[in-house]
Design a protein around this ligand. Structure first.
Ligand SMILES: *[C@@H]1O[C@H](CO)[C@@H](O)[C@H](O)[C@H]1NC(C)=O
Ligand SMILES: *[C@@H]1O[C@H](CO)[C@@H](O)[C@H](O)[C@H]1NC(C)=O
Ligand SMILES: *[C@@H]1O[C@H](CO)[C@@H](O)[C@H](O)[C@H]1NC(C)=O
Length: 670
């Protein structure tokens, strides 16, 4: 005979708690067996299914569907529909390099909306971060690009947060120090770096690897021209890398330019700002040579050689050390098509149209009788202007300088504008046929576009051992696609609309009930939408006792020391042999030690903890019905407006609790 302690646990039957997943699994299983089953059986036997189809329940179902759509379906659908195969148009057997440009995440911070009252700023931060995290995670899982490039403005107020040597010129931001910047960096990491591997880390077949580059600075990261502070730029470089760099990807050369620093050349006192523009100017003057070297190395790697020929084995005199450089195999090569990356777009004549994909102002309709789009369209264009710490396009001279120094540019990608723009520059030195520039939309929904987006680029340029295109056609090696993301404000508006509809319908129903046109339906404790622990009586009690027996009471193992111990089948065990004689459902005591037979009597068949804080007085005891852990007193029937209010409150409460529960679950889990 086993001994039991005060809690009904076999003596010595306690051991360390189970793992969390195991517990969750068993909790769910026990919930199904002990709560859902009796609930369903009760309804089936009593024909009470009709109750489930109440108005409130229908609204709960609608809320669940709409919230799922808004929090999941819209994202999966938007990103999923941009699949590469749906728009890539290469010949048979091509294996293109796939790349995604992300522009202007511009993490919302106190600089974005200065002076907004308290809960608004943290909420906007939370929701914009969540939106970008979701979108970016879908990019990884659905699209799995080989390379992701950021086009600057990673932060909104990055340039303002003080460093050890600098302070913001604006007084209101001087209180934010380096630690604030570090915190923003962590935020950026939690949105983008942490989700880089969501779709995996392995290179796709035929690709050398995966690459993430976020070093291109924007005017919100560093400032613009004379607004660039060296301390701020050094900090950015320390964590994201140098803004000027060259990457060879997919047999194309990507040249990134720190154009916000370079723009210091264009201001009247530029000689005093040499420290700001000098690094980019030096980089530009060496760019052609550097491009060539990198292509030579890349082609060696493609042929299975080492990028460098290796040091010759001879002694170097110590005075020759400074002159010793890595040897370089100067093979004869043809250049890859060059792609320029700059945060601020290149200069264009005012009014140059941006094409039909621009969200804010689509092309103005041409005058009657003229079929082609306008050549000068002020509304559809990026306005050629600037202001404090920004300029919408680079200076004309600086743009021309960049183009001629880098040479052979065929494509350019830029950000800054937050909306899409696509045009061909004919005035600059280029790789033939002009420079096709795409300005990429912001990926954040707080940046003035209802449909944020990103640009996908597919690169296919098979070359021979000397970098010469096999097809002989360098003009058609890049295909781009603008992928649009869901309209977050629209989702909020839909929730608001559904809330209004819910309110109207439930008020109508409550009014009908109050006017006796509809029977009053108990909505709360007596008929919960979700099954709750019930005391079955009579026949039902026997049925559920039988059910428990079937589900493992017999497999109980006394060697286990846990109050919720499990057997090999993973069945929940809260029962012992004596429990079968009890009349109460075990669901009452689920997860808690069971009362012992000597403790049981008709009024108190539950562990005391379930009644914590309740000491019924003499008269109320007569009225109290106990439903598991829920006690209700029978109330006098209400009438008129009081009844209306009660009906509305309980039905609206139910819909909102169920809807919000689902909403927060979805938000919590991604
Ligand atoms: C169960 O508890 C008893 C006494 O607390 C102890 O002697 C015994 O070793 C425990 N058994 C296991 C399997 O932990
Ligand atoms: C680059 O060229 C090599 C050599 O022809 C080829 O194997 C590879 O598929 C090319 N990659 C792309 C993305 O064009
Ligand atoms: C049940 O317990 C209460 C309180 O302990 C006690 O007053 C009552 O007499 C008990 N009833 C029976 C039938 O044992």
């Amino acid at each position: 005979m086993t001994e039991y302690d005060d809690y009904g646990v076999p003596v010595g039957a306690y051991q360390e708690p189970d793992s969390f997943t195991g517990q969750t699994y068993r909790t769910a299983r026990a919930f199904l067996i002990y709560s859902v089953r009796p609930f369903v059986e009760k309804r089936v036997t009593q024909g009470r299914w009709k109750r489930l189809f109440s108005l409130a329940n229908a609204l709960v179902a609608i809320w669940w569907v709409v919230v799922y759509w808004g929090e999941r379906g819209a994202f999966n659908g938007a990103v999923g529909s941009c699949n590469w195969d749906a728009w890539e148009n290469w010949e048979e057997g091509a294996s293109p390099h796939r790349l995604v440009f992300v522009a202007d995440p511009q993490l919302v911070d106190p600089h974005t909306y200065p002076g907004r009252p308290w809960p608004l700023n943290p909420l906007t931060m939370k929701y914009t971060d969540q939106y970008m995290r979701r979108a970016y995670s879908r990019i990884q899982t659905e699209l799995y690009p080989d390379t992701v490039f950021f086009l600057g403005d990673l932060f909104d107020g990055g340039r303002e947060w003080s460093t050890r040597t600098t302070k913001s010129p604006e007084k209101q931001y001087q209180q934010y120090g380096d630690s604030y910047w570090m915190n923003e960096y962590r935020r950026f990491g939690s949105i983008f770096l942490d989700h880089w591997g969501d779709g995996g880390l392995q290179p796709r077949p035929g690709q050398p690897g995966r690459k993430f580059v976020s070093s291109l600075p924007g005017n919100h990261d560093l400032g613009f021209a004379k607004g660039v502070q060296i301390g701020v730029r050094d900090r950015f470089h320390a964590y994201f890398g140098d803004g000027n760099r060259i990457d060879v990807l997919g047999n194309h050369t990507f040249v990134s330019i720190d154009s916000v620093s370079l723009s210091a050349l264009g201001v009247p006192s530029s000689q005093e700002l040499e420290e700001v523009w000098r690094p980019t100017v030096d980089f530009l003057s060496g760019a052609k040579q550097q491009k060539r070297k990198l292509i030579q190395r890349e082609l060696r790697v493609q042929r299975g050689l080492r990028p460098y020929p290796g040091f010759p084995h001879y002694e170097i005199e110590s005075q020759d050390f400074p002159k010793a450089t890595l040897p370089h195999a100067d093979d004869e090569v043809t250049e890859f098509p060059t792609i320029l990356l700059t945060h601020v777009p290149l200069y264009r004549a005012p009014g140059t149209p941006c094409g039909p994909l621009r969200e804010h102002w689509p092309p103005s309709p041409p005058p009657a009788g003229q079929p082609s789009p306008l050549e000068h369209d002020e509304r559809n264009a990026i306005s050629v202007s600037g202001g404090y710490q920004y300029q919408n396009v680079l200076n004309k001279e600086i743009s021309a300088d960049i183009a001629s120094k880098i040479g052979d540019i065929r494509y350019a990608f830029s950000g800054d504008d937050h909306d899409y723009c696509e045009l061909v520059h004919r005035g600059y030195a280029s790789g033939g046929g002009g420079i096709r520039e795409v300005t990429v939309k912001s990926i954040s929904w707080a940046m003035g576009v209802r449909h944020p987006g990103f640009v996908m680029v597919s690169l296919w340029n098979p070359v021979d051992a000397h970098g010469k295109p096999v097809k002989g056609d360098m003009g058609r090696t890049v295909q781009t696609h603008l992928c649009l993301l869901p309209d977050q404000l629209g989702v909020f508006f839909r929730y608001a609309g559904l809330f209004a509809l819910t309110l109207v319908l439930l008020s109508g129903r409550a009014a009908l009930v109050a006017g006796n046109a509809l029977p009053q339906q108990p909505l709360t404790s007596e008929d919960p939408i979700l099954p709750m622990a019930n005391i079955p009586s009579g026949a039902e009690a026997e049925k559920s006792a039988l059910a428990q027996q079937r589900f493992g009471a017999d497999d109980y193992t006394h060697s286990s020391n846990s109050s919720t111990s499990s057997n090999a089948n993973g069945n929940l065990q809260v029962r012992n042999a004596q429990a079968r004689t009890r009349t109460a459902s075990p669901a009452n005591g689920y997860g808690l030690p069971m009362p012992m037979p000597h403790q049981q009597n008709t009024t108190y068949s539950h562990p005391l903890v379930q009644h914590a804080g309740y000491y019924g007085d003499e008269d109320s005891k007569k009225d109290v019905k106990t439903y598991g852990s829920v006690s209700t007193k029978s109330k006098a029937r209400k009438k008129g407006f009081a009844l209306f209010r009660q009906e509305l409150k309980s039905s609206l409460g139910k819909v909102m609790i169920c809807g919000l529960g689902w909403y927060f679950w979805l938000i919590w889990h991604g």
